[in-house]
Design a protein around this ligand. Structure first.
Ligand SMILES: Nc1ncnc2c1ncn2[C@@H]1O[C@H](COP(=O)(O)OP(=O)(O)OP(=O)(O)O)[C@@H](O)[C@H]1O
Ligand SMILES: O=C(CO)[C@H](O)[C@H](O)COP(=O)(O)O
Length: 293
């Protein structure tokens, strides 16, 4: 953790909605006049799409599975040292993984490839990471230790699968069978490297649909925000102003002493009300630390 160069990470599985919720953060940064550097976790994948296809086939022949959730397909050491570098110096190197033709065409590249590594812009106020492993910890690496504010984005698993299947088939050119196979293949890494992160987060936002999602593999559309509640769980944050949130967010209630539930349509408002003061506090610590150095 660094008061000088704070890091905010939104962590979640593929299709959880980390990219979608980045917009809420962008809005808060704009309101507070914060110049944030953005990094997508996918840039720390080890393989391009053709290389990953090959690695998956090879692992299968050896009777193993590899998936985007685990350390074989992602360079946790590079992610950890990137966070350490940003925390220490406010700099580091990033690249982009280009998922779709729309993303790839401006770079004159193919989908499923990486852009070249490039230096982050200098003099940003904070780093905002969005991806799979912002709270990862293994025997060798500890990514989570560098993060000042760690947010989990966690739909219940049926909804997560619906979001992934519909997004990957409609936007990323994968077949339904291929997405289902990748969900199955990822399960062990999901248990070992994705879910444990949500016990290290400061806040989890868990979307729970109020429509039937019992067969996610036959779903035709993603339940909307108005067809959901969001369960918001706080950990290790002092002085959470629950009475204020309950007053400001129509239809909200508390289900446990550390858990607020809001109607799905109020998720954006809830994120702004909850996260704005926490981000302001990070900025205040940054200003204080600048006097010390
Ligand atoms: N709150 C939401 N309400 C409705 N749809 C949502 C919501 N959050 C995400 N989605 C939809 O779910 C799909 C996956 O979301 P998104 O692309 O943000 O996931 P992600 O976590 O960034 O995935 P990846 O890490 O694979 O890029 C998208 O189609 C998105 O529109
Ligand atoms: O979302 C993912 C991980 O977060 C993708 O599965 C990963 O980035 C690979 O992408 P693609 O399947 O488009 O090659």
């Amino acid at each position: 953790m660094s008061h000088k160069n704070p890091i905010i990470a939104v962590t979640g599985s593929s299709g959880a909605g980390t990219s979608t919720t980045t917009n809420a953060f962008k809005h808060i940064f704009r309101t507070l006049g914060i110049d944030a550097a953005f990094v997508e976790g996918d840039c720390f994948h080890r393989f391009s799409r053709p290389e990953m296809d090959l690695a998956v086939r090879k692992a299968r022949e050896e009777g193993r599975h590899i998936s985007y959730f685990g350390p074989e397909a992602n360079d946790f050491a590079a992610l950890e040292s990137f966070f350490a570098s940003y925390a220490e110096t406010g700099t580091g190197r990033i690249r982009h993984y280009l998922h779709t033709f729309d993303e790839a065409v401006p770079y004159n590249q193919l989908p499923g490839t990486f852009t070249p590594w490039q230096e982050l812009r200098a003099n940003t106020d904070l780093l905002f990471y969005e991806g799979l492993h912002g709270g990862a910890v293994t025997e060798q690496q500890n990514v989570a230790q560098h993060v000042d504010l760690l947010i989990g984005m966690v739909p219940i698993v049926n909804l997560e699968w619906i979001q992934k299947i519909i997004r990957d088939t409609s936007e990323r050119g994968h077949s339904r069978e291929a997405v289902q196979a990748s969900i199955v293949r990822s399960m062990e890494d999901y248990f070992n490297h994705i879910t444990p992160q949500f016990s290290r987060t400061h806040i989890n936002f868990q979307r729970v649909p109020t429509v039937d999602t019992s067969n996610p593999f036959s779903a035709k559309d993603i339940p909307s925000l108005d067809e959901s509640f969001v369960v918001i769980r706080f950990r290790g944050i002092k002085h959470v102003d629950f009475p204020y949130y309950l007053k400001m967010i129509d239809g909200s209630f508390m289900s446990r002493v550390n858990t607020l539930v809001v109607p799905g349509g109020k998720m954006g408002l809830a994120m702004e009300l909850i996260l704005t003061p926490l981000i302001e506090a990070l900025m205040q610590k940054r200003r204080n630390s600048q006097f010390l150095y």
